[in-house]
Ligand binder design. Structure first.
Ligand code: ZN
Length: 627
């Protein structure tokens, strides 16, 4: 590991003073016992045994959560804190300048502190964020160890050893990359692991849990552990598993090496947990709708989630920005290179979804068109450049979704995807088709294969590696991409790979799936309105007709051309008004008042697509072809 060592002079001195014959301090070894038998109640109990010396024992609850790029450790959900020594209750107080720091008074004669804490987790899928969002249902749960432990100050996450055990509800199965030492009944004992590895190794538990091998007969082993709220949700057509096997084949071909001992996709299918994906070296914690594998439309909608998280094992976990690589969870992570960490992953994740057959080439292009069209309407680029979306990521991850076109969000994902496609097109063009971004990946993320280690990089390392593949003004290219205030999206990659972004009246399969899944009507590219099925305006697009007329997010569409609003009525009115002369009349409710707005719009429905530019060669089809 290349994690920087934490200065521990203060701890060293105190140990020397309090122990008569102390030599070099021994890194702590902590016993952690987790009881998850109350998972359906969404509460978990943890007990820790931590070696201590008389004086103040400073303990941390993990604050900066890897992969979440923000101080998102759910300290509000840590309850029932109690510390004892020699059977006596010990006094504790939280640090005044940091809510994640707990100081425990250890009296003379006590050399071991017993700590207990309950993790009382979110009870609704729309509360909390990412791994601190709802993680348990009647039938399954995801155990994120960082939510269930404290660790002592003065040591890096690599130095502290944890011997963890877990008790699951009767009869539940489990999947995890954490090596198991023994199992008896519903109690699992894991091999001792560093705090770093423990936090990097969640456990998926559930009544309905299936382990699907994805690369039979090969090493390192890759397995899809999928738990769902029903047995039915785990029985998709056999070709679905084949496509996920293709993901492993295509990704390992792309990078040419692996950096895990073995790998577990931990996939949770439930309508009652928070939906997102979180990467780890040897696993990913990904969560989607219960019917994602059995419903063809949901399969398309969520096709690139697991591919994105799997790419992170190489890009994000093995290769990681130096200033994002911290020695423990208390140190501030710096997010300025997330356009590589997340942007390149977004690009490769989507490409792998196509190469593995999870998407057809057309579905890949329709998704790219949707991404490009959305960004092309983010006029907030004129004041906030791409670099600032990364620098400010710890806050932007939690930004409201209203005013997105003007505020911008974590655009380094999707705009990063467009930029890396552009970089790929440049490499292919400059090398006359001999090289591609695949060569960059093999150089930057590839051989030799290793167990999980971190190899850090800086901006200069990325530029140097690109130059090794194809000499070009990469510094100038990326500086321009990161600092431009051009109002429009960077479409150089789409154009350079032989395609054009256009709008027509036909909704693509993927646009339809998005709208239906989110129960919204997306008129973003026509009148600039995103409307929930009940008429609530989720967002308006700055500069387009609805916003120009004075309509804003949070208002409600009550009627369209004098008739009560339905999503279909709005769609029909847009189509009917195409090339007409009458304005589109929207009756809007705003803070208990009603007002009619007339929109002088006659462009019809508008949905994004890519069409071929026959004057250029079709690189995009080459990019998405299986290897
Ligand atoms: Zn990611």
């Amino acid at each position: 590991m290349t994690l920087p060592r934490l200065a521990s002079v203060g701890v060293f001195v105190s140990i020397v003073c309090t122990a008569l014959f102390a030599a070099a301090p021994t890194p702590p070894r902590i016993t952690l016992t987790v009881d998850a038998t109350q998972a359906p109640r969404k509460t978990f109990h943890a007990q820790l045994i931590i070696a201590a010396a008389p004086g103040t024992l400073t303990l941390y609850y993990p604050k900066w959560i890897p992969g979440e790029h923000s101080p998102s450790g759910p300290i509000l959900d840590a309850a029932g804190l109690q510390f004892t020594g020699n059977g006596q209750i010990l006094k504790w107080r939280r640090a005044l300048d940091d809510g994640w720091t707990i100081n425990v008074e250890v009296p003379p004669g006590v050399n071991e502190v017993h700590a207990s804490l309950d993790f009382i987790s979110e009870t609704q899928a729309d509360q909390g964020e990412y791994s601190s969002g709802q993680s348990a249902t009647e039938k399954l749960a995801i155990i994120s160890w960082n939510q269930l432990l404290l660790y002592p100050k003065g040591w890096t996450a690599n130095q502290i050893a944890f011997a963890a055990s877990l008790r699951v509800p009767a009869g539940w199965k489990f999947g995890t990359p954490l090596p198991v030492a023994s199992q008896s009944g519903d109690e699992i004992h894991f091999n001792p692991a560093s705090l770093y590895t423990l936090v990097d190794s969640p456990v998926l538990i559930g009544e309905f849990l299936k382990a699907v091998p994805l690369n039979k007969g090969q090493t390192p082993v890759v397995e899809l552990d999928v738990a769902a709220d029903s047995a039915f949700a785990l029985e998709p057509p056999a070709e679905v598993w084949d496509r996920y096997s293709n993901v492993v084949k295509q990704a390992t071909t792309l990078f040419g090496a692996t950096h895990y001992r073995d790998y577990h996709f931990l996939y949770t299918l439930s309508d009652h947990v928070a939906h997102f994906g979180l990467e780890h070296h040897e696993s990913n914690d990904s969560r989607e709708d219960e019917r994602t594998l059995v419903d063809p439309e949901l399969r398309i909608l969520h096709a690139s989630l697991l591919t994105h998280e799997y790419v992170h094992s190489w890009n994000g976990k093995y290769r990681r920005p130096a200033d994002l690589t911290t020695s423990d969870y208390q140190q501030t992570m710096q997010d300025d290179l997330l356009w590589v960490y997340e942007g390149l992953t977004e690009y490769l994740g989507d490409v792998l979804a196509a190469r593995s057959g999870l998407w057809t080439p057309e579905q890949y292009r329709d998704n790219l068109a949707r991404v490009a069209a959305g960004l092309d309407h983010h006029t907030g680029r004129t004041w906030r450049n791409l670099q600032d979306t990364a620098d400010f990521a710890p806050e932007l991850y939690y930004a409201p979704h209203q005013w997105e076109s003007w505020r911008r969000g974590v655009d380094f994902y999707e705009e990063g995807e467009l930029d890396w496609l552009w970089a790929d097109a440049i490499i292919r063009e400059q090398s006359k088709g001999k090289k591609s971004i695949d060569d960059f990946c093999r150089l930057f993320h590839g051989a030799p294969s290793t167990p999980p280690v971190v190899k850090t990089y800086t901006f200069d390392d990325v530029i140097n590696a690109l130059n090794q593949i194809t000499p070009y003004d990469w510094r100038g290219f990326w500086s321009a991409r990161l600092t431009t205030h051009d109002a429009n999206a960077p479409l150089g990659g789409i154009q350079g790979s032989g395609w054009k972004l256009v709008y027509d009246e036909t909704r693509s399969e993927i646009m339809r799936a998005w709208e239906e899944n989110r129960r919204e009507t997306d008129a973003s590219f026509s009148i600039g309105l995103l409307v929930h099925e009940d008429g609530e305006i989720e967002d308006t697009v700055e500069g387009l007709p609805a916003a120009r007329a004075g309509i804003g997010p949070g208002m409600k569409v009550v009627a369209v051309n004098g008739r009560r609003f339905t999503p279909q009525l709005l769609r029909d009115a847009l189509a009917e008004g195409h090339n007409g002369s009458q304005p589109l009349r929207l009756l809007i409710e705003n803070t208990d008042y009603f007002r009619e707005f007339n929109l002088d719009y006659h462009g019809g429905e508008k949905y994004p697509h890519l069409v071929r530019d026959e004057s250029k060669s079709d690189l995009l089809t080459d990019i998405t072809r299986a290897h």
